[in-house]
Design a protein around this ligand. Structure first.
Ligand code: ZN
Length: 379
């Protein structure tokens, strides 16, 4: 745990220094800034980075961020509101702008969307739920669209990271804990959610591999086709990352656990992405696993990035935990207060650098107490 301690403090200290340098550049260095830096350093006792995926607006941000800071939260993944980002920085929080990346129904041009194995567009006939309108990663216009958005977000002064969510294909296999919700048995790749078979993807794969994917009886048995689609997402992320880095900002992503599961379910080979931090959504209830699973999945995740970037273990919190057993929808499940210690400490033992909460709004008072206790035990 000493290593975790050291790295956490080092990261915090370097953030403070970066902030100070920025203020010097802006000609705003003053006794007050020096004083704030000392205060910041003296308060950098949080033994482990804690992040939170959360909504916020300029009206509630100050109160929300004050509460999060009191529990040692070090960063938030929020919307692209410049004022919210400014308030987060005023509280000393690292700011990641959450984006829905590939899952975006806002494009008027239906030809930009992915096409499934049955020839249906994700725009007009999405899999599972109406909002699953996924873009095709092969199309240059899709890259240009995302690139313009992210480089514009990177221009917001108080943004530290662009945070990619839904940076993937739709779930070709749903997590086991979701099968009942959708009335499906998904022990193999599911044609209505198997993408992308648009003309451009089929032609690009033929050029790359010599294989006409549409001539195969069962495309799910073609390893080259699997790899081609991992590579499509990897290429897209790395092109975006290069341009975000050129703007002096960083990039992070919310990904599926693994990457073994992430590759199998949503075709994310995220260990090959040029990220600065990765946030695997280690939502144990979705995989019908207990809190003990966090340690083993984090062990795989930390090994996959081999110390190159920090892994922040995403924890799925049960909102109405006293009635968890009565809730049918897996979205209402998650960690109980009594599981928080094992989830947090297990994640760290497995090699995670910290944790991320989904979401602070789902945390009961008992959850916060359990988190505080777990974090204090690390000191
Ligand atoms: Zn396509």
């Amino acid at each position: 745990m000493k290593t975790v301690n050291f790295l956490a403090n080092l990261a915090k200290a370097s953030l403070s220094i970066t902030e100070t340098v920025r203020k010097v550049v802006n000609g705003q260095l003053s006794i007050l800034v020096i004083f704030c830096m000392f205060v910041s350093c003296s308060q950098s006792s949080a033994p482990v980075p804690i992040y939170a995926w959360t909504g916020a607006n300029p009206e509630n941000a100050d109160e929300l961020f004050t509460q999060l800071k009191s529990h040692g939260v070090t960063g938030v993944c929020c919307g692209d509101n410049a004022e919210v980002a400014r308030i987060a920085h005023a509280h000393g929080l690292e700011y990641h702008v959450w984006t829905g990346s590939m899952c975006d129904g806002s494009r008027g041009d239906s030809t930009l969307y992915a096409v499934n194995r049955n020839g249906q567009s994700a725009y007009s006939k999405p899999a599972f739920v109406d909002h699953y309108k996924f873009l095709c990663p092969q199309k240059e216009e899709v890259f240009q669209y995302l690139n313009e958005r992210y480089t514009a977000i990177a221009d917001i002064p108080d943004v530290d990271f662009i945070h990619l969510d839904f940076i993937r294909f739709p779930d070709v296999i749903l997590a086991r804990g979701l099968w009942d919700k959708y009335g499906l048995v998904m022990d193999e790749e599911y044609a209505p959610a198997d993408y992308c078979y648009c003309n451009q993807c089929v032609a690009a794969f033929k050029t790359a591999s010599g294989i006409d994917i549409q001539s195969l009886e069962d495309p799910s048995q073609c390893p080259e086709w699997k790899q081609f689609r991992y590579d499509q997402i990897t290429t897209l992320v790395n092109r975006l990352a290069a341009n975000i880095h050129a703007k002096g900002k960083k990039i992070s992503a919310a990904v599926f656990p693994g990457p073994t599961l992430a590759k199998k379910l949503v075709r994310q080979e995220w260990n090959k992405w040029d990220l600065d931090a990765v946030f695997p959504m280690n939502y144990n209830d979705f995989y019908l696993e207990g809190a003990g699973w966090l340690e083993s999945i984090c062990r795989e995740e930390a090994a996959a990035v081999n110390g190159r970037i920090p892994v922040y273990s995403g924890l799925f919190i049960c909102p109405d935990w006293k009635h968890k057993a009565e809730k049918e929808d897996p979205e209402d499940h998650g960690l109980l207060p009594s599981e928080m210690e094992e989830a947090v400490l297990g994640s760290l033992r497995g090699g995670a650098s910290g944790i991320c909460l989904f979401t602070p709004g789902r945390m009961s008072e008992e959850h916060w107490q359990a988190l505080d206790k777990a974090v204090q035990s690390i000191k």
